[in-house]
Design a protein around this ligand. Structure first.
Ligand code: T5A
Length: 210
């Protein structure tokens, strides 16, 4: 079996972490060899970079420094964890990946997509997800869900307009790569979203015969 790389994306509070947990459990029950991970993070070095990136005290961080830190964490993650797991024939489920950089640093911060794509290619050495689930939800609803659940991180502190640009960028990515990026409405109940995500992933795994 060849490895399969599946990512899950969306704005704050869209429910991706919840769905990734359900999907991981389901695929493991079906007997698939599995690796679940997240960005930024997934290795000791990348988790240390995550802490720097999300610390609300780091208000002086420049957009360029932020971009390079996300890509640096990714380079480590891909090399140390994702590629070896794929090589071993596992399904890798990753909470956020390159599309988050395009949406947040491109859509949110206004950086050029062409430059971002060049950096993605360097950081990942050309690795691209086989399937991406985009959980789409109104930004106010997503932010409301995470409010009070845990302290707000540096990115969540951004304005509603920033998060709206992020959402629109995700939708643009989906319209540019409709085969890879499948949009699921995130405002439904956890159960309904779970059923839709599971159906999409099962269909993908069947049709691609990995
Ligand atoms: N970032 C990341 C960049 O700017 N550039 C990059 O390149 C990358 C990789 C960290 C931040 O970094 C930014 C984006 C982020 O701001 P993160 O840790 O993934 O990324 O941060 P969050 O998006 O904030 O992740 P969360 O885990 O907090 O949110 P999720 O995954 O969207 O949502 P989840 O599943 O934890 O659910 C949130 C709450 O909603 C409830 C859950 O129970 C939970 O309480 N919920 C629902 N409630 C009602 N209906 C549903 N369907 C629900 N699903 C979940």
């Amino acid at each position: 079996m060849k490895g399969v790389f599946i990512t899950i994306e969306g704005v704050e509070g869209c429910g991706k972490t919840t769905q990734l947990r359900y999907l991981g459990r389901h695929l493991a029950e079906m007997g698939y060899p599995l690796e679940t991970t997240r960005e930024p993070g997934g290795t000791a070095i990348a988790e240390a970079v995550r802490a720097v990136l999300l610390d609300p005290a780091h208000t002086a961080m420049t957009p360029t420094a932020e971009l390079f830190l996300y890509e640096a964490a990714r380079a480590q993650h891909v090399s140390e964890r994702i590629r070896p797991a794929l090589k071993a024939g596992r399904i890798v489920l990753c909470d956020r990946f390159v599309d988050s950089t395009t949406a947040y640093q491109g859509g949110g911060r206004g950086m050029a997509w062409e430059t971002l794509n060049q950096l993605h290619a360097i950081a990942t050495e050309g690795l691209w997800p086989h399937l991406t689930i985009l959980l789409d939800i109104a930004v106010e609803e997503g932010l409301q869900r995470v409010q009070g659940v845990r302290p707000r991180d540096r990115i969540e502190e951004e304005s509603l307009a920033f998060h709206e640009r992020v959402r629109q960028a995700f939708l643009q990515i989906a319209s540019l790569e409709p085969e890879r990026v499948r949009v699921v409405e995130g405002h439904h109940s956890v159960e309904t979203v779970r059923e839709r995500v599971t159906a999409l992933v099962e269909e993908f795994l069947r049709s691609h015969e990995f």
